[in-house]
Write a protein that binds this ligand. Sequence first.
Ligand SMILES: [Zn+2]
Length: 432
Amino acid sequence: MQQLLLNCSALIDDGNGGFRHLNPAYVGITDDTITYLGDKEPQGDWTKKDLHGALLIPGLVNGHTHAAMTLLRGLGAGLPLDRWLNEAIFPVEDRMTREDMAAGNALAQLEMLRTGTTSYSDMYYNLETEAELCCSSGMKVNLARPITCFDPNESAADSYRAKESLELFDAWHGKANGRIRVDASIHAEYTCQERIAREYAALCRKRGMRMHIHLSETVKEHEVCKAKYGKTPTEWFRDLGVFDLPTTAAHCVTLEDGDIEILKAYGVSPVHNPSSNLKLGSGFMRLPKLLQGGLNVGLGTDGTASNDNLNMFEEMHLAALIHNGYASDPTAIHAADVLKMATRNGALLQGRDDTGVLALGKKADIVAVNMDAPHLVPSFDPLVTLLYSAQGSDVCMTMVDGKVLYENGTYKTIDADKVYFEVRAAQKRLYS
Ligand SMILES: [Zn+2]
């Protein structure tokens, strides 16, 4: 199938790792791939799609979330991280059934599609139903079943969590035309033990898996690790061979200079989660230093219990603002850097080098932003308008692999009414 997106402009790849505003833009798509980009209408037999003046951007990649936690949205607000986890979150998670999680995942996808996310990295458990959902919904996902362990003698071979993680990889990695990928995951240093982490990393490396972890989210986590092992969490993971796998590390708030050097040397991709870090009072990632150091930094929402939504526009907005204020420097972070974090960098940390930019030969993962709204005019620089003025609700179309999944309030592949019904039923089971 050949389709042509027209009556729009687009932030396309400038060939140097940045963006160029193509206006007007004609985007030709053959099946799932971008095959024409230009400011003149191409010849040929195209099915035309009028976008009514919208701005096209690459699909947003949520680099770190826990999708099923939509069912815990806002729970335990006001508690510090350790009490929030132990007193508010874990007791409800213990009651969650596979059915509850399926409802939570579907709700997460409704929210993500509506706000321009085409792909996300999910760390959770009972992920088979989520893989099945992605087959029918059309979204891209990197699934990761994390291991946790509190017994220093437990081996990877004895761990049912490690077994589930590897079985998920064997069953689902590369499925749905490559839209589903399965990564390894160690939840965090403070929820794991050395023996199992070393053995599990070695097993996953043999399979060619990528790794997804939480790293140095809080001062407490960081300092307790140093007191216990005489090393930072970054050094701990490195010494256990975890960074021998291509790794995504969520949060990275309390990194020391030496940690940043290690992450760079091993090609680890940190993921910035500004809403979650602000809400839980975890602090400020050293984003300007990480970007200046050339690290591939992604952007994520974290779970909705600590955010409380999955809206990447809000994360982009915060990432573009808070570091300037924290550094008392209006040039600390640039809008283009933030959009790159949410698109190209996210795709790379997921192991997807065929997407993340609008360029010839790349997958047609495209989001259209309606620019016909009072808060978006006048627009002198569409990148600036996008980062500082636009809202997730301004997304009017979300396309994955050339297929429209969401458009103007309508979901094409998910029955939204059924999802809301199931979420309310799950809520009743979990909280009454
Ligand atoms: Zn997280």
